[in-house]
Write a protein that binds this ligand. Structure first.
Ligand code: NZQ
Ligand code: ZN
Length: 389
């Protein structure tokens, strides 16, 4: 294996009843003023808000609500949170929700302790945190992004139509409480989208160099098989606790850092999707479902052996002597799966208006260095056009 350094400082508390059991104790070392960051109100409807605030009161904290964090959180919302943190002398942020609430909290944690332009210096460009950011913890209510167990945060600037994510190890939450029961109220459409988001994270670490024997690849295949199995079970019965708890933990594992060790990941499915989100505000996992088969059809000829391995070890297809055909069959098995669980398959379904908009979105994408093959601007345009209908 290639060299690596690994650290993830987040403590995970997983299972039924973890909020009542641990939250008040976990809050003890932090200051009195807590910013409670959450979304559009699901936590009030489900009772999670009452459960969490009861623990905050038990811990003697003064709570300042910061509601209304939208899916695909915006720079403007982060700025609003930064102002509130400064005005109320906040000591700690507790994000209650999913990727959107957590990512917004992460950006506030940096922006409220930084005098310069946080968007330009930490999101538009990769910065380095040489100051103490505000500490944060998480109560997770929807799984999929892995934001509860990583230092990543994705923010949308609606003025410039740029949605971009950065990873800062310092932003890994101090603790994350994962009670799978809290996720059982998530609507079916979101369960589908977020379960596919996790599959995408796993595939992005899988479809990349190097091809030398690396246990990360074996782990990724095992997690992909488990995710597909539990995804199917969840679609049959959304309240299946075993399936939904597995999905939640696989999501956390996917981005905790271990899966990418000694690999050179290719995050371009995400880079392409983020710009669809910036223009259409689509659900992140649905955007990925549309882009992913087209992206891997494009990549497959440059990594036939890896796609053969995917076809055999993830989808259970039988070797047939023609590697190229087997590799292609693996990608089509993925596309069939996406259709079978009812995810969208075209840009039109995501709300992209016409071909002119397809091209505008394509031109706004900044791809990464790639791994098997660099995706050029012309490749991006062709991939987007292939997803139109
Ligand atoms: O806003 P509320 O009312 O809370 O409703 C939310 C929201 O509408 C609802 N929901 C959440 N928990 C629920 C629930 N409804 C009923 N019962 C519950 N228990 O679900 C909707 C989606 O929530 P959101 O937090 O937006 O979803 P998700 O966790 O998928 O986060 C998406 C954001 O994370 C970014 C995405 O790009 C997107 O902006 N990502 C973050 C990553 C990271 N930090 O590492 C990596 C990912 O690849 C991703 O890009
Ligand atoms: Zn994602």
């Amino acid at each position: 294996m290639d060299n690596f350094v690994f650290q993830n400082h987040t403590r995970i508390y997983f299972g039924k009843g973890v909020v009542a059991e641990y939250l008040a104790k976990l809050l003890a070392p932090y200051g009195k003023n807590v910013l409670l960051a959450y979304g559009g109100g699901s936590i009030k409807r489900t009772g999670v808000y009452d459960a969490v605030t009861a623990e905050l009161r038990a811990a003697g904290k003064t709570v300042f609500d910061f509601p209304g964090i939208m899916a695909n959180p915006t720079k403007a919302k982060v700025d609003e949170g930064i102002r509130l943190v400064k005005e109320k002398n906040i000591d700690f942020i507790l994000a209650v929700g999913g990727g959107s609430a957590i990512d917004c909290a992460k950006a506030i944690a940096i922006g409220s302790r930084y005098e310069g332009d946080w968007w330009n210096d930490f999101w538009l460009n990769q910065g380095s945190i040489d100051f103490q950011q505000l500490p944060l913890g998480v109560v997770l209510t929807i799984s999929g992004t892995g934001s509860e167990f990583d230092g990543g945060g994705v923010i949308t600037n609606t003025e410039t139509n740029i949605k971009t994510g950065r990873i800062y190890p310092e932003l890994s939450p101090d603790f994350s409480l994962l009670d799978p029961d809290y996720t059982l109220t998530v609507p079916e459409r979101q369960v589908r989208a977020t379960a596919f988001d996790t599959m995408s994270h796993l595939m992005e670490f899988y479809f990349c160099k190097p091809d030398t024997d690396n246990v990360s690849d074996d782990l990724l295949e095992a997690l992909l098989r488990a995710q597909i199995r539990n995804f199917r079970s969840s679609m049959k019965d959304l309240k299946n606790y075993d399936a939904r708890s597995n999905i939640e933990w696989i999501s956390s594992l996917a981005l905790c850092g271990i899966m990418g060790l000694a690999k050179q990941p290719d995050f371009d499915c995400h880079n392409l999707e983020h710009q669809i989100g910036a223009f259409t505000d689509c659900i992140h996992g649905e955007g990925l479902a549309v882009i992913t088969p087209a992206y891997y059809r494009w990549l497959m000829p440059h990594a036939v052996d890896r796609f053969v391995r995917f076809a055999v070890n993830v989808w259970g297809l039988a070797p047939q002597g023609d590697d190229r055909a087997l590799a292609a069959a693996g990608v089509e098995a993925l596309a069939d799966f996406i259709r079978s669980v009812g995810l969208p398959t075209t840009l039109q379904q995501l709300g992209v208006k016409d071909m002119a908009e397809v091209d505008r979105i394509a031109r706004s994408v900044q791809t990464g260095p790639g791994s098997y093959k660099k995706c050029t601007a012309a490749d991006v345009e062709a991939i987007f056009r292939a997803c139109w209908e």
